[in-house]
Design a protein around this ligand. Sequence first.
Ligand code: NJP
Length: 227
Amino acid sequence: MSTALVTGASRGIGRAIAERLAERYEIVAVARSAKELEDVARSIESRGGRCRSIALDVSDHAAVSSALGSLEVDVLVNNAGLGIMKPIAEMSVEEWRRQVSVNLDGMFYVTRALLPGMITRQRGYVVNIGSLAGRNSFVGGACYSATKHAVIGFSESLMLEVRDAGVRVTVIMPGSVDTEFSGHAAGNAPWKLTPADVAESVWYVVSQPDRALVSRVEMRPARVARG
Ligand code: NJP
């Protein structure tokens, strides 16, 4: 059975991606919260899937390379991320570093650990969860938006770098998704995309025939919330 590793799989979009991909892949679920990961694994296994979890901070390079460096993974979904939305004049250095270290450094560390194996096997998929904030600007989004612009730049360069080695790279850019992201309460915004909607896009891109590469997906709520 092929393996898919999903970061930020303990809740929200990452959990939905892990649950969807479990229909075809053995899942490696990565996040910091061991307890929530166990719950994800139980949910997948109760439906006949296979899931092991690795409690890990993706921004800790040593921990990432020692825990993931020897894994054979066919599909990597870099989804772990956070957003602290506030004006730059009020943002602390710690808040800046935390966002950059998870959204950007973490994506590099996990990709760096798993990509050489994909290149050697001449087969693999890297799906990075970016954001429409990586295209659009908004007040209070300078740091978050900068990290997501970086996710797009990283993904598109990497796509060109490894496509001839049989490794495909996609960046998925959702708009608002109904999760606990950035301090929101989930379940109160029926106009938003659901985590399952994003998971369906991941499923779509990894289900393409070997000759086809969907390199970029933009998705957004069909209707905008008013008022
Ligand atoms: O957020 P949330 P979403 N090491 O807060 C994990 C992007 N996005 O599902 O470590 C490892 O429910 C955290 O797990 P834990 C967004 O930028 C969202 O909405 O246990 N894992 C949890 O599983 C992000 O890239 C929206 O706390 C770490 C997960 O990340 C992705 O979608 C719109 C970690 C966060 O779950 C998932 O966000 C958009 C670390 N250091 C893009 N730090 C949206 N929701 O509207 C956090 O365009 N995690």
